[in-house]
Design a protein around this ligand. Sequence first.
Ligand code: ADP
Ligand code: MG
Length: 232
Amino acid sequence: MALDEVLSVARKENRTVLTEVEAKNVVLEAGIPVVDTHQAVTKKEAVDIAEALGFPVVVKVASSDFLHKSDIGGVKVNLNSGSEVQTAWDEIMGAAKKANPKASIQGVSVQKMAPQGIEVIIGGTKDPQFGPVLMFGLGGVFVEVLKDVSFRVVPLTRRDARQMIEDIKGFPVLEGYRTQGPADLSALEDAILNTSRLMEQHPEIKELDLNPVFAYSKGILAVDARIILEDR
Ligand code: ADP
Ligand code: MG
């Protein structure tokens, strides 16, 4: 689905928060590899999608009222059968209603369980002075606790993208250590450049978050995506 199409649907429904599936479609179209993800509106649909994708799968709450899905128990990973998907649906709906009884829930997203990689995050925001700015860091504790991130102003060159990766203190993790091989740095550069281009060409994007992206020895895969649009 083209960004313009996603935008017009969101606008028609008066939303500034794209669903995970919408955001992933936009990101995929920008040239960034994304884990295959589909929206399910019913429990049966969730099972059907999971069976079509092949196990294991991940199921996540789909609701613009929960931007941090796992915080409320809205993410179930490594599901290996239709009945596990059914249980995940019930648990997610229960957790979501408990967290916010008034939340509007569109269903769930169902996606392939991606092999574990090194978790990185790529973010885009708007600075009142500099305009669109990109952020890069290692995922999890590195960004949340250590704030080990680097920033560059859009548009970036490939050299900027590379420097952005090398600037973080955790860079040695990406270069490989002990039994863990090096991450595919040129695939990460590509993802940063494509994100830069997306922010540059689409000023209607207020905020973009790929958190996490799994980096492998060959290639990368975004497993979560969030896009927030400017108010009109
Ligand atoms: P949140 O809204 O809490 O950020 P995420 O979609 O990022 O939810 O999921 C939480 C965590 O679950 C991720 O950080 C990642 O470690 C894991 N995860 C999410 N999606 C997948 C997937 N498709 N394959 C493997 N692991 C995943
Ligand atoms: Mg996330």
